[in-house]
Design a protein around this ligand. Structure first.
Ligand SMILES: Cc1cc2nc3c(=O)[nH]c(=O)nc-3n(C[C@H](O)[C@H](O)[C@H](O)COP(=O)(O)O)c2cc1C
Length: 367
């Protein structure tokens, strides 16, 4: 059934940045011998070809543009950039793609500077802004006034209702199996349809544990308009993840992640899902002591590409520019690592996810 998308103040302006009409909860698929088609009404709203959003796992323009060029939505991880750096990254993304992209902010990390970096993204006419962790109320008007769409990540139906009432256009329902920082406590398969039902006039995106075409087909079936994919893209050729981190992901299965607060340097008291490693094992063996009493606390483990030290229990995730004992760092990964074994270009990952999802949904439709 076609239903009109909720139109808040300025909705026409927001669509003008993307140039697309919208209607909610429709899926169209076509299994041709050449290129399978899979599109939803959310794809129309975002101006993308396929219902796949690349989670903000990197600030690399190459990676973000590759996701957008492959028909998904690339999203820049911007919380650790300066305003100048972000504007340069946006410029580079635009140089590599003429397709829509988004910018993501972790709210507590940017509120201290009165959201100046958000203004930098909006000044650069970023069409889609995604926010995470906490209350988006202080920024929604700013986002809409600039003509951008607002996406916010939630972990419950109560929160979804609240942020949609505030004016958020698209809610991202993040399940507890997700990699990286995890906001809620509910699994993706239960959370997604509950959020879809709770905010029937908004669009819902599912995040957490989606790593192949089966996961994509599943969340579309649950009512999501797109899948928000992080862990699977850590093995994309264009992603800047460190080779040691990649090796660990390739080898990991679904029991090799932990949901923990021990990696807190730079972002305290925030649970993260990551691969288990020696830092985790020695903390558990020591009886899970509190911060300040943990094994080898403050030890300098590695150096980043700016030559800055990275200490044990930091939230810094190993990327290509790091040297040192990176296997001891926080290697963000969701339970979808069980399905994440092959390194491939972004375009191939997206192509295979779409083809497999179309095959599954067509088979189900026929039967
Ligand atoms: C390496 C990595 C970094 C992440 N950084 C961010 C971030 O900066 N902002 C954010 O909103 N989410 C971040 N996340 C969480 C993702 O947005 C998303 O919820 C998660 O990856 C989805 O689950 P999946 O990893 O199972 O696909 C990160 C996840 C990973 C794996």
């Amino acid at each position: 059934m076609l239903r009109p998308f909720r139109q808040g103040p300025g909705a026409d302006d927001r669509r003008s940045l993307l140039g697309q009409p919208s209607a909610k909860h429709t899926i169209a698929l076509c299994r041709s011998k050449t290129v399978p088609k899979l599109t939803t009404s959310l794809c129309h709203l975002l101006g993308i070809e396929y219902p796949i959003i690349g989670a903000p796992i990197s600030a690399s323009p190459e990676f973000v543009a590759a996701v957008s060029n492959a028909g998904g939505l690339g999203v820049i991880q911007a919380s650790w950039c300066t305003a100048e750096e972000l504007q340069k990254i946006i410029k580079e993304v635009r140089h590599r793609t003429d397709r829509p992209f988004g910018v993501n902010f972790v709210l507590p990390l940017i509120e201290g500077q009165d959201y100046a970096i958000l203004d930098a993204a909006l000044d650069a006419r970023t069409p889609i802004i995604s926010t995470f962790w906490g209350d988006p109320a202080p920024v929604i008007e700013r986002i809409h006034d600039a003509g951008a769409l607002s996406l916010h990540t939630v972990g419950s139906t109560k929160e979804a209702r609240r942020v949609v009432d505030l004016g958020v256009d698209v809610v991202v329902a993040q399940g507890v199996e997700a990699g990286g920082h995890v906001w809620g406590h509910v699994g993706t398969i239960a959370l997604t349809p509950a959020v879809v039902d709770a905010v029937p006039d908004a669009h819902t995106v599912a995040a957490g544990g989606i790593a192949d075409g089966r996961g994509l087909a599943a969340v579309l079936t649950l009512g999501a308009g797109a899948a928000w994919v992080g862990t699977r893209f850590l093995l994309a050729d264009e992603c800047q993840s460190h080779s040691v981190y990649r090796e660990r992901i390739v080898a990991a299965d679904e029991n090799d992640t932990i949901y923990t607060k021990i990696f807190d340097g730079g972002w305290p008291d925030a649970p993260v899902r990551c691969l288990t490693n020696e830092s985790v094992a020695s903390w558990i063996a020591a009886g899970r002591p509190d911060p300040g009493k943990r094994p080898n606390e403050g030890e300098n483990l590695a150096t980043n590409s700016f030559g800055e030290p990275i200490f044990r229990y930091s939230i810094a995730c190993p990327d290509v520019g790091m040297t040192g004992d990176v296997a001891e760092l926080c290697m963000y990964a969701g339970q979808g690592v069980a399905l994440t074994h092959e390194e491939k270009p972004v375009a191939k990952i997206i192509e295979e996810m779409v083809a497999d999802a179309v095959a599954i949904l067509s088979r189900l439709a026929r039967s």
